[in-house]
Design a protein around this ligand. Structure first.
Ligand code: DGP
Length: 111
């Protein structure tokens, strides 16, 4: 089964990357829900957060630090970082990804 986000991460699917390093890439969401809406993904295929394990601890921490780096790069003081785990939570792409959204007011609790 082909994974669209694996394709973006390995370059076989063209996408304008906002950030990349050995472990992580970030790019703009195709269907933005906020003026700034980035997706941060590991290059490693992990279907969802609940599929990660102890071996992924450093990777998961690194993703959060990439989010901080992007916040600095885009001068975002307020942003929302969220991952949808499972279809019932709204996950439509089965490759772990963090939505980083900014530029509008966000409701809490989230809808
Ligand atoms: P989620 O619903 O949490 O699984 O979020 C998946 C997001 O991925 C959704 O907001 C749309 C975005 N998306 C899906 N396919 C592509 C793609 O090919 N390119 C980009 N840039 N974003 C995509």
């Amino acid at each position: 089964m082909t994974c669209i986000f694996c394709g973006i991460a390995d370059g076989s699917i063209k996408s304008q990357l906002i950030y990349e390093d050995e472990h992580v890439v970030a790019f703009k969401d195709l269907n933005p829900q906020a003026p700034t809406h980035l997706l941060i993904i590991p290059r490693k295929h992990i279907a969802r957060l609940c599929e990660a394990d102890e071996k992924d601890a450093a990777l998961l921490g690194h993703i959060l630090l990439v989010a901080k780096k992007l916040a600095q790069q885009f001068d975002l003081k307020d942003f929302r970082l969220v991952t949808n785990n499972g279809k019932g939570a709204g996950q439509s792409v089965d490759h772990l990804h963090f939505h980083m959204m900014a530029g509008r007011r966000f409701l809490w609790p989230a809808g």
